[in-house]
Structures are given as structure tokens and as C-alpha cells.
Design a protein around this ligand. Sequence first.
Ligand SMILES: Nc1ncnc2c1ncn2[C@@H]1O[C@H](COP(=O)(O)OP(=O)(O)OP(=O)(O)O)[C@@H](O)[C@H]1O
Ligand SMILES: [Mg+2]
Length: 307
Amino acid sequence: MTFQVVGFGALNLDKLYQVNKIAREDGESFIKSVSESCGGSAANTIIGLSRLEMKTVMIGKVASDREGELLLDNLSNENVQTTGIIKAEDGRSGTVMGFVDEAGERALYVDPGVNDLITLDEIDLNLVYNTEFLHLTSFVGNSIKAQEELLEKLPTKVKISLDPGRLYAEKGINSLVNILKRTDILLINRAELKLLTNNKYKTIEEEIKSLENYNIAIIVVKLGEDGCYATDGDKSYSLKAFPVKCRDTTGAGDAFNSGFLYGHIKGLNLEKSCIIGNYVASCCVGGWGATNSLPYKNNLDEFLKTI
Ligand SMILES: Nc1ncnc2c1ncn2[C@@H]1O[C@H](COP(=O)(O)OP(=O)(O)OP(=O)(O)O)[C@@H](O)[C@H]1O
Ligand SMILES: [Mg+2]
């Protein structure tokens, strides 16, 4: 089977604990309620693309535990192929534990678990040889090596999109050379672009110019409620976000990526692809959670009639 987009990034089960107060050193607090949701930046984006009826598959790793089952079931329920997901016999699936107090203050603990134990020989290369896009997002630890090694094996016709997130942006430009030089579309937020370019520049334009050696065809900078800025080196656009009552920004950037990649793969121009990115992200922030309110193809088709 040929896929349009293959996602490759960490898979996490997010466990959100509502607590009376966040425990400090030597302190003790109690948990009032807990809710769970499936997460991971690449997985969120791939789910968004699947809802828009793109053929998708995920590469990642889960353990043989309850969390791993939930992550796999969630992807299957969203029509994402899971044949690229490696199942470890030992270890723990990735989890993110979030503790939120009454004032909304949060503390997050990431347990990468088996996410950090991916090696190239475990990856089914047949899934990636014929895809249009490979979409990469971050890992906490060593699986970045498997991503770099995979890129070396890929034919040039496979295009690469990268959302480095804070984790990879923080590594700084020198640690990401191998990935950036193969990247066709960089999807990044403003704070991450600053981190990636080592806080050396003042404007977005200067930051983007400093990346010119990497020959990245398209750079899209996500600007939260201000929308996005995108350039292909020739034309540049600043596009406002859609006015929507914002409930929860979890996964907004991932949702934007789904819409943008959809537009790009369908052959739409840079401006239209950004508009679709902003639209899909606005659906995301208008609801709760990273994927619950992502639009389906018929929703997008209705929207496209209005622009
Ligand atoms: N308040 C808002 N109203 C409408 N749209 C929004 C709002 N906040 C974010 N968005 C949309 O979401 C997109 C992505 O948001 P943002 O720039 O915060 O990305 P991000 O920081 O990568 O997000 P994430 O935290 O999910 O990684 C924006 O480009 C915009 O289209
Ligand atoms: Mg992001």
C-alpha cells in the first residue's frame, strides 16, 4: 500500500490529574480526578490528515501494556494504519503526567519509556519508500538517531516535513543539521524558531534568512492567535488566525500541520495551504483536547466553498 503521509514521532498517553495543589518538595497533595487522552505531536497531525481522508501510517513504538493498547486502538479508530508501530515486549509506553491545580497552574512529567528505544532495523522501510511525505516530530532521547538514519535511506522523491517542537528546537541548529538539510517543509512556532537560531536575531525574516544554507523549500512560522507567517523564499504571507472562541490550545500546532500538509499535497498554493492550516487549527482550539474537534473532509469542503 502506498501512503500519502507517514508520521514518525513519540507516542504518549497523556494523563491529566486535577489536584488540590501542586506538591512542592516534602509536600503532599491529593488527586481529585484524572482524565486520559492519546497524544504525541506526529500522531495528532496524522489523525488530522486521516480525518481529511489522506492515506496515513504511523511509525513509533509502544510497550505491551494498557497504555500501548489505548494508543494503538486510538490510531486504528481514526483509520490510521498501525503496521509501522513497533511493539516492545518489555518497558513502558510513553506517558505524560500533567498535574493541574485549582488556579490552572501545571506541572508536567514526561516518561518517554520505549519511545526512546527505536532503532533503524526495527522500522519497516517499505512503508516509507513510496510515501509522498514523511512527517517528523521530536523524541526526548536517542530515537532522533533512527530518524537521521532513516533519512539517509530515503529516495529523494520522499519529501520531509519537520515540526521540531520545543525539544528539538532547544537542541540548537548544530544538533539538527542532518535533519534540517533534508527538510522540505519546516513547521515551527515563533518561540521555537528563536531557540533554534540560538536567540541571535530580532525578526522572523532574519531568523529565516539564517537558515538559508539548509535549502528548506517552505518555512511556516505558527504565531498562535496571530495566525502564521510563511515563505517559500519567493513569496511570503502573513495570515490571520480565524476568530473563534478559544477553549483549549492543546495540539493547535499539530492541527495546523494537518491542514497545511493537506493543502500542499493537494497542490494548493502556499497561501491557501496556510489558510487551511489556520482553519483546522481553529477547529482544534474551539474544542477540548488535541484531536476531538479536528474537522472531517466534509467540514473542510464546506469551508473551502466560503473562501
Ligand atoms: N486563540 C486562537 N484563535 C484562533 N486560532 C488559534 C488560536 N491560537 C492558536 N490558533 C491557531 O493555531 C495555530 C497554531 O498555534 P501555535 O502558534 O500556538 O502553535 P504551537 O505553539 O506549535 O502549538 P502547540 O502548543 O500545539 O505545539 C496558529 O497558527 C493558529 O492558526
Ligand atoms: Mg508546536
